[in-house]
Design a protein around this ligand. Sequence first.
Ligand code: 6PG
Length: 473
Amino acid sequence: MAEMQIGLIGLGTMGAMLAMNIADHGFSVAVYNRTISKTDAFIKDAGTLALKLKACKDLTALVAAIERPRNIILMVPAGEAVDQQIAQLLPLLEPDDMIIDAGNANFHDTQRRAADMQKAGRPYLGIGVSGGAEGARFGPSIMGGGNKKDWDRVAHILSAISAKYDGIPCATWMGDGGAGHFVKTVHNGIEYADMQLIAESYGVMRDGMGMDAAACGAVFDGWNQGLLKSYLIEISARVSQATDPKTGRPVLDIILDRAGQKGTGRWTVIESQMLGSPVPVIEAAVGARNMSAERDLRLAGAAVFDVPERAISTDELTHDDLEQALIAGKIMCYAQGFELLAKAGNNYGWTLPMPEIAEVWREGCIIRSAMLNDMSAALRQDPKRNLVLAPLFQNLVAANLPGLRKTTLAAQRACLPVPALSAALAYFDTLTTERTTANMLQAQRDYFGAHSFERIDAEGAHHGPWHGQHLNG
Ligand code: 6PG
């Protein structure tokens, strides 16, 4: 009997948690997973929630179990698996039935799929879901994309299962097609940068100040009481204080310094390059992950060159300076992320709801933090203005910049790599430079390629005196 309110395909960790979350909010869910044993184990683990779940052994059974018009969530790995799943599902569906891709899709794929579905007159949503397994289970942040009327059809379910900030659901429609997945991509780019900034502050404490992991954790705990209050600082404190049961050593000390990545941070950087929207802090973070993977190269480098002792004294740098550096770095990174969102909106024809993006990130997602509330207030005043220049942030930037400068100086003097913090400082210094050195670039371009340049004292395209000489040899 077609009695279940929604369907869900893919019972990996995120899919299973999301299905339980939906059931927990009183909605009945038909579930299907390619490997049947996984479905059985899932139902067994669901306890009393199993009353709201129906395990389906194949797609036909799943489709038959859902009430019309059907809403079916896909939680399968991003990429080809999504296309394959859609191709298998479509012949079984009726025209009004809707597929909702809730995986970490590349937004270009979502744009393509949404356009194909639109042509076929079928509803389709691509939604970004953030918050890891715990978020999926107890309240993620949800960034929706697709036709607004299709979003409205399931908004009550998505809002119910989402995280709440002061009672406000963290589930928002961002725009047509791939808008939701684009916002999720930028979320992840910021996630990479936020994590890298914290990791660099940990490096300054560990290698520069000679602090052990627990002491670093205590500092993070302290920062989590102030402006930096956020999920990522909180978990950084927790992981710093954890002990490895096998060796009794701090867990951090036994983890290999080679970071993985599924690629969404890289997508942010690629898109920023395509749109000409600078995100140097995010680029530095993605680059740092790539460098971390080059372990053999790093070992070779460490063996070839004498690196001086990497000590930083407390006279040179304090924990307060470091906290300031993180605050300033964080503002730069978010300013870049929101600039990218604004440019993408113009390019793809979305009216991205800038303050609401900050709001949907206030709870449930990995980058949730106290500062996002102020960011949403600043974006409400002017959604187009760079956050660094927003009256709400100007004073904060000015107050915390000395710490950022001191930290990068001290780290560089001590040969400690702080690529994201340095990129944040360079971004600020560029942002506040009236006359940069790009006049030199323009002169060089004109010299070797006759690309022309603009003059400061006249309109139009001009060439240098070298141009004729160059061409005449
Ligand atoms: C989230 C996270 C999540 C992310 C994974 C893997 O918002 O819940 O962003 O979606 O994709 O944690 O990220 P990596 O790229 O670091 O593997």
